[in-house]
Design a protein around this ligand. Sequence first.
Ligand code: GRF
Length: 213
Amino acid sequence: MLKVAILISGRGSNMEALVRATQEAGFPAQIACVLSNDPAAKGLEWAAAQGIPTAVVDHKPFGKDRQKFEEALHEKISTYGVQLVCLAGFMRLLTAWFVDQWQDRLVNIHPSLLPAFPGLHVHEQAIEYGAKFSGCTVHFVRAAMDHGPIIAQAAVPVLSDDDADALAARILKMEHKIYPQALRWIAENRVNVHNERCFIAGATAPEPIVNPQ
Ligand code: GRF
């Protein structure tokens, strides 16, 4: 069983999807803890109600010293014997120091088809650009924001009358599918990184799709 920490800062719907997946019989990973940098993160309560250990490492007392905060976070995570860290709406940029501690054992989900539309206001960016598809990406984390070997992606159409909320909701549904899927692949040891590309053992090719008329 792969032992996993989930880091959140907010509502935690991806965390919930990961936890629910691991509650299914035979799932090869277990959630050892849910941590937040924000004591008010909504997802903490839900996780605790599931019987999952939760903890808060508040970034505020550390001021601008990002690494000191990350050292405290790293120490806390380490107390749970964790082998993989999943970021799920964790709203702190992580320094190279933290990323190095967890090389290829630190995963993030981002609500666009990276490398398109990194950063914030992702859905506004996709709509403004006129992209016909957007989606979500699960990737190993590197020091550069929203960057790193891609493990899984899902594409959804961008419709002509979409606003950011409508597009976000369509993408979020797919996030809840591909994050547990990616976690399963990792836990099954099927994900290999070579030259900054992920190769998934036994993966099958999806059908090409065309944007709606
Ligand atoms: C998701 O859209 C995720 O892709 C992004 O932050 C959001 C977190 O939502 N990194 P939730 O807290 O998982 O509901």
